[in-house]
Design a protein around this ligand. Structure first.
Ligand code: SF4
Length: 233
């Protein structure tokens, strides 16, 4: 078994956060009316994608009726319906649809993970729950050694900075933000170890329906992620 498979097995069996275990299982039992005939995943959602990926995407946490239902990140919800077409346009995904774990989707040069692996009430994992979950993300970084990390939303960005706190280079940023590690759509930083950190608004409905995040803005992120693969210091 490769190290990612071993790690994913461990993630799926995790029950560290009592509140989240109860919530994810309760949602899976009660279900949403539209999915009443489906069997919900109801467990931690592991990362997925290309085991040779150079680009890692970090989201927040599974949606109650999205990936907590389907068992794959961003699959079966509105955020995924915005994300995967963009990844397809950028050449990171082989298809724009993401409906189930058996829909034929695969990612090229990309791996998708999250700050927390269990669906939280109100989409808000607590700091303690994210601390519990952080070792999984650290292990994914260790195994994959990504060149570019795309943070979807400020919470994912803060978590990535926490992990790499020893490698922060405060004097360096590419977007004229005075070297401060501040979240903003398109904000770009480089760690001392050479890893690029690129920020994007999260493709939640709250952002996409209000026009805060447009297709064009999102496409620019993935285009930039690609070009960073070929940039050095
Ligand atoms: S959020 Fe992470 S640490 Fe907490 S129970 Fe789920 S997988 Fe385990």
């Amino acid at each position: 078994m490769n190290p990612l498979d071993t790690l994913n097995k461990e993630i799926i069996a995790c029950r560290k956060c009592l509140r989240l275990v109860e919530w994810r299982e309760e949602v899976a039992r009660v279900k949403r009316k539209a999915y009443i005939d489906q069997e919900y995943w109801g467990k931690p959602v592991p990362g997925f994608g290309d085991s040779q990926a150079r680009v890692m995407v970090v989201g927040l946490a599974p949606g109650a009726h999205g990936s907590n239902r389907t068992g794959r990140n961003f699959t079966g919800d509105a955020s995924g319906a915005f994300l995967f077409p963009a990844l397809y346009r950028a050449g990171f995904a082989n298809q724009p649809q993401a409906e189930s774990r058996s829909d034929g989707l695969f990612l090229k040069d990309m791996y998708i993970a999250a700050a927390a692996r269990c669906a939280p009430p109100d989409n808000k994992p607590s700091p303690e729950e994210m601390n519990n979950c952080q070792p999984y993300l650290e292990q994914e970084f260790q195994i994959l050694q990504p060149k570019v990390i795309v943070c979807l939303g400020s919470i994912a960005f803060a978590r990535v900075l926490k992990i790499y706190s020893a490698s922060l280079r405060p004097s360096f940023s590419q977007n004229g933000q005075g070297g401060k590690w501040k979240f903003g759509h398109g904000a770009l930083y480089q760690l001392e170890n050479g890893i690029w950190i690129l920020c994007s608004y999260h493709p939640s409905q709250q952002n996409t329906l209000t026009g805060r995040l447009t297709e064009k803005m999102f496409d620019e992120i993935w285009k930039k992620a690609k070009t960073l693969l070929y940039e050095n210091l």
